[in-house]
Ligand binder design. Sequence first.
Ligand SMILES: [Zn+2]
Ligand SMILES: [Zn+2]
Length: 110
Amino acid sequence: MSWRTVVYLEVRCDRCGELAPDPDEPCLFLSLEQARALLASDGWAVLGDAMTCPTCVDRVGCALLGHCWEPWQDRAWHDRVGRTRTCPACRSIEYDPALITVDADRRADP
Ligand SMILES: [Zn+2]
Ligand SMILES: [Zn+2]
């Protein structure tokens, strides 16, 4: 029997820490060059040693240019009714009325 130690690279997004190319199926790269080439062709932004996942790339795009909101959808959750809309680019969700976790003013009323 023979054995040897092999070193692989694990790549994570610089912004959110997600494993590349997918958190459910992380890939071990043989070299930084291999990681750069594969991730650049998979929607990652690769700039030198900095690597940003596609989700974070989209979030930056939304932060700069605004969200691409889909139409509002009526919703009911717990004892509230309202509506939500989502941005498919960055997967943000907006609630109307905005989500409130503690309704302190109402509790203080007699
Ligand atoms: Zn990310
Ligand atoms: Zn967005």
